[in-house]
Design a binder for this molecule. Structure first.
Ligand code: 5GP
Ligand code: MN
Ligand code: MN
Length: 325
């Protein structure tokens, strides 16, 4: 049961002296929030810890406590290897990226996540697929540990919930999520200031990417698939970072009649990163898994090692096959 999983997680966090906390590459709001929440929790338990990610913390998340201490690993100057690792918001080991080069042989992993495609890669696993965000599970973990909330942890908890529910709009916005959010606002979190920063505010490069993306938006399968692409050169030309692509796929998905929206992103090494969003009838996690990726039924992703033309042909064909008639 869930209580036993939370017990096992707390035991894991209490047993050691020293931990590495990691999340997925190209971290989103839930990934960064969950990383710093575990940092806060380890601090309360009197443990030493290092917070790490393969990629930089997105600018709009840097206001959160402890994000300044998230390091990028592997760091060529530090040959240190970590024997106890907490992984948050990662569906599988590969999502941790190159940070895993800093793990010791025989590393002990605690895997806390909410993706249905999670493959239980930890020695201890707390995988709750009906949780809206990993941050929701961490709220339960903190309560289970009997620790009182403060602003340091209330803000990242709120950001994790807000971002993974698309601003409390997606189907995963449960009564439990809203009750937690209400409690966090009661602790002094400013819902409006965080929504402004996380959801409303656009950077100029982000707007320029949006202009390019929308100019290429096309529809197929009788208007039931909407798709667009961003080439790697678009990032340099607009001054955008990977994080500026977040939300772009929704413009394809949100068009009336569209069942699946897709964004193809050219990667630096020539591969293609695919983001898929479903209006509800198509399980895009299943499509993503066919290409070695994963995610949630309504939001999933994968990577293809081929040209944009080939990637779009293969993914569009796979989705057309499963579109309801
Ligand atoms: P996004 O399209 O925003 O990158 O990702 C949407 C969802 O799919 C997220 O929950 C993310 O964790 C998952 N996802 C995206 N790319 C991959 C991937 O390459 N592998 C796996 N396993 N999950 C992915
Ligand atoms: Mn995530
Ligand atoms: Mn998440």
């Amino acid at each position: 049961g869930y209580r036993e999983q939370l017990d096992a997680a707390l035991r894991f966090l209490r047993e050691g002296d020293d931990y590495l906390v990691v999340s997925h590459v190209q971290p989103d709001g839930d990934a960064i929030s969950s990383t710093v929440i575990i940092g806060w929790l380890l601090g309360k338990l009197g443990k030493r810890y290092v917070l790490a990610n393969e990629d930089e913390v997105p600018g709009r998340l840097r206001f959160l406590p402890l994000t300044g201490s998230i390091v990028q690993l592997p760091d060529t100057d530090h040959a240190r290897r970590y024997a106890r690792v907490v992984s948050v918001d990662c569906a599988d080991f590969r999502r941790i990226g190159t940070v895993s080069q800093s793990f010791a042989d025989g590393v002990q992993l605690l895997n806390i996540d909410h993706h249905p495609t999670n493959d239980q890669f930890g020695a201890v696993n707390v995988v709750r697929t009906n949780a809206a965000a990993t941050a929701e599970i961490l709220y339960d973990l903190i309560a289970h540990a009997g620790l009182a909330l403060d602003m340091q942890v209330a803000e990242p908890l709120y950001v994790g919930l807000l971002t993974d529910t698309g601003g409390f709009r997606y189907a995963n916005t449960s009564a439990h999520v809203l009750r937690i959010a209400a409690e966090l606002i009661g602790h002094g979190v400013s819902g409006s200031a965080i929504a402004e920063r996380m959801l409303e505010m656009m950077t100029m490069p982000q707007l320029q990417l949006l202009q390019r993306g929308l100019s290429r938006l096309q529809f197929t399968a009788g208007g039931r698939i909407g798709w667009l692409y961003i080439e790697h050169s678009d990032l340099a030309q607009t001054g955008a970072a990977g994080e500026d692509l977040e939300g772009l796929v929704n413009y394809a998905r949100n068009v009336e009649g569209v069942e699946v929206g897709i964004l193809f992103k050219g990667a630096a090494d020539g591969g293609i990163k695919v983001s898929m969003r479903s209006a509800g009838k198509v399980d895009v996690a299943a499509i993503a898994q066919r290409f070695g990726g994963g995610g949630h039924t309504r939001a999933a992703g994968c990577r293809l090692e081929c040209s944009l033309t080939e990637a779009s042909a293969r993914v569009l064909a796979a989705i057309s096959e499963v579109l309801p008639s």
